[in-house]
Design a protein around this ligand. Structure first.
Ligand SMILES: CC(C)(COP(=O)(O)OP(=O)(O)OC[C@H]1O[C@@H](n2cnc3c(N)ncnc32)[C@H](O)[C@@H]1OP(=O)(O)O)[C@@H](O)C(=O)NCCC(=O)NCCS
Length: 172
């Protein structure tokens, strides 16, 4: 299992994996399946948000991505993250490989924090986050509806110390 930066040629594999996550209703409030062109437009337009894939025997089995947390300048070093593993490959370390690579890429890109929200029932995602140094900040109650049901989410965050200067200044 190896990670690398994603390229536009990975859009179809990423869309397939993301759509499995949407169908399984364990990972996201999204319910609309994505086409490869949706992924390509979203992922490579801005050039500042790392996106990585994990490969097993040459096949893409996972991806991890970052996206904008908030548009305000003061939050420019914070990114939202997502990680998705193909159904057939879950529980074999692909999530760890992909998310570890994303953390490294986010460090190289200068981000000082990654954040996300995870359904409390998503024990696999919470375990993965915990094991890679994420902290559970708290719980948003009834954050949004999925299939007409109000769902809570757990907020997770991970600081990237290399990009935090001692006195709160962004590292140069
Ligand atoms: C959540 C997900 C990304 C985890 O990736 P994965 O490849 O299945 O997990 P890994 O094999 O890398 O395991 C990572 C850690 O999570 C733990 N874990 C994995 N699956 C687990 C499960 N079903 N229950 C409890 N712990 C689990 C592993 O034991 C491991 O812990 P360790 O590092 O302390 O040994 C993956 O299962 C997935 O894509 N699920 C559907 C989409 C999703 O939920 N994405 C996250 C959105 S917030």
């Amino acid at each position: 299992m190896q990670a690398r930066a994603a390229t536009p040629a990975d859009a179809a594999a990423i869309a397939r994996i993301y759509n499995q996550g949407i169908e399984d209703r364990v990972a996201t409030f999204e319910t609309r399946p994505r086409a490869p062109r949706d992924i390509a437009q979203r992922a490579w337009d801005d050039g500042i948000h790392p996106l990585v894939v994990a490969e097993d025997a040459g096949a893409v089995v996972a991806f991890a991505s970052t996206s904008t947390y908030r548009p305000r300048d003061c939050y420019s070093g914070i990114a939202e993250f997502s990680v998705y593993v193909a159904r057939e490959a879950r529980g074999r370390g692909a999530g760890r490989v992909a998310l570890s690579a994303l953390i490294q890429a986010a460090e190289a890109a200068g981000y000082w924090k990654l954040v996300s929200r995870v359904f409390p029932e998503n024990t696999a995602s919470l375990a993965l986050c915990r094991s890679l140094g994420f902290r559970e900040v708290g719980r948003y109650e009834k954050h949004a509806q999925l299939d007409g049901v109000w769902r809570d989410v757990i907020i997770v965050e991970r600081l990237i110390p290399a990009n935090l200067a001692p006195h709160g200044e962004p590292a140069s």
